[in-house]
Design a protein around this ligand. Structure first.
Ligand SMILES: CSC[C@H]1O[C@@H](n2cnc3c(O)ncnc32)[C@H](O)[C@@H]1O
Ligand SMILES: [Zn+2]
Length: 441
């Protein structure tokens, strides 16, 4: 049988259904999907392929899913380090965004972020930022899978004049994306302290009607809980419960402040949590109780948050940090073992975004969203257990190749769709602009 591509690999780590690692197997890819997984000799006998590639020192794994980011904020990397969330946001980031965010800012920032993510093995990102139609257009243009946030925040921005305008622009974008094979939409109300009840109720209804996830920052810091108590007389999660916003399509980002009762209630709701360990550490927001959430049955995925709070978009780094932190926080070295961490960074992200039928694991019928990781480097030798080395030893510099829907976006560490020199030039120009403007009397 003639197919598009045969990818032969020393190891294939499918993630689903279990911890199995396939030795010397091949992935048969046709029409952007995995149509077969079989031992190399059988693959050679069964398929003729337009392209045959051998990854004899590599593991092929499902592409990473960055389940929470603000891609365009890569242009703000390092502008306001070493501050707690509210000071960072209110005194630095929001004033900068009010001044600089535009269609071109989002285009150039998203391109930079996508280049970084592709080189880090990410094949899908869940974004929340202004001008989401620009993020959607750039993702489709350069071949990365994305879920773009139909954002809503109570205050006006360069993108929308107020809650109703955010909603109508979001709905128009959702309509535009209906038949897009790579880019879909999720409702993205910013946070409990920045979105009032009325728009939240509208989002609840629309999300149910259109069968879209609701992606929101929640219980990020102690300040957020205190503010919720003062303004609404209750903790933010309770308010969302009362508004009936929680449910299986709800994606709560951060969740560092949780009582045992809230963990049980969130598990009962069927929602997902996106854990962003490095952003939580850097902003000193707190620790997400990942092991307790997983024990309660919650689907926990992994996100980087934006490059202004992290300051990178390295999902492999987050995956490792998530595994290590979970052990320290739960005082249990067995918490979040390597395969669980890998699953959080792939399949659980896909589940949170409602994309698990299509991506998140290497299975027949799923899209060919694949990442190749070199395991013959100094840093990844000796090798006893490929999953251990992928999670605990390898880093994003070992990512050699990346495919999304069968299209190769990274070839032996070279980006195939984005021009790196152009990215450097545009990024330098933004840095110049942001730093050269001084207030004159
Ligand atoms: C409405 S667009 C998204 C909005 O979120 C801001 N943001 C970035 N990181 C965080 C975070 O960790 N917590 C809360 N808000 C964050 C970003 O600057 C945009 O204004
Ligand atoms: Zn965020």
């Amino acid at each position: 049988m003639l197919i598009d591509t045969l990818l032969k690999a020393r190891w294939i780590i499918p993630v689903e259904p279990d911890r199995t690692v396939l030795d010397n197997h091949a992935l048969a890819v046709h029409g952007g999907r995995i149509i077969d997984i079989l031992p190399i000799p059988e693959a050679d006998a069964k398929y003729q392929a337009a392209s045959v590639e051998s990854f004899d020192r590599h593991a092929l794994i499902p592409g990473f899913v960055n389940a929470h980011t603000h891609a365009a904020m890569s242009l703000l990397r390092g502008v306001a380090d070493d501050r707690p969330l509210m000071e960072w946001l209110l005194d630095h980031i929001w004033p900068l965004e009010q001044k600089w965010v535009s269609e071109t800012f989002v285009r150039d920032g998203t391109d930079l972020a996508m280049a970084e993510m592709i080189r880090g093995g990410v094949t899908c990102f869940n974004d929340m930022y202004f001008f989401p139609e620009v993020t959607a257009r750039q993702a489709a243009r350069y071949g990365l899978r994305a879920v773009v946030g139909l954002i809503l925040i109570d205050f006006p921005s360069a993108w929308a004049s107020g809650p109703d305008d955010y909603l109508s622009k979001g709905l128009a974008l959702h309509d535009e994306l209906r038949h897009n094979p790579l880019v879909t939409a999720a409702f993205a109300p910013h946070a409990p302290y920045s979105v009032s009840d009325e728009p939240l109720l509208k989002i609840r209804t629309l999300a149910a009607e259109l069968d879209r996830p609701i992606h929101m920052h929640l219980h990020e810091t102690r300040d957020e809980i205190d503010q919720g108590r003062q303004h609404y007389g209750m903790r933010p999660m309770k308010r969302l419960q009362q508004l009936d916003v929680l449910g299986p399509s709800f994606v709560a980002v951060h969740m560092t402040q949780l009582t045992d009762e809230e963990i049980a209630q969130f598990a009962e709701s069927g929602g997902s949590v996106v854990h962003c360990p490095e952003s939580n550490l850097k902003l000193a927001s707190g620790f997400c109780p990942v092991a307790r959430l997983i024990d309660a049955g919650v689907n926990v995925a992994i996100g980087t948050d934006g490059a202004a709070s992290n300051n990178d978009l390295d999902v492999m780094g987050e995956m490792r940090a998530a595994a290590l932190l979970a052990k320290a926080v739960s005082n249990n070295a067995a918490a979040v073992p390597a395969h669980t961490a890998l699953r959080m960074a792939t399949l659980n992200g896909a589940k949170a975004l409602g994309l698990e039928a299509d991506i998140g694991s290497l299975e027949v019928g799923k899209a060919a969203d694949i990442t190749a990781i070199r395991l013959d480097d100094l840093e990844t030798q000796p090798l006893y257990d490929p999953i251990s080395n992928v999670v605990y030893a390898a880093g994003r510099h070992q990512v050699s190749d990346v495919w999304v829907a069968g299209r190769r976006l990274l070839k032996n560490r070279e980006l195939t769709t984005l021009d790196i020199e152009e990215l450097f030039q545009k990024t330098a120009a933004w840095r110049e602009k942001l730093t050269s403007v001084q207030e004159r009397p």
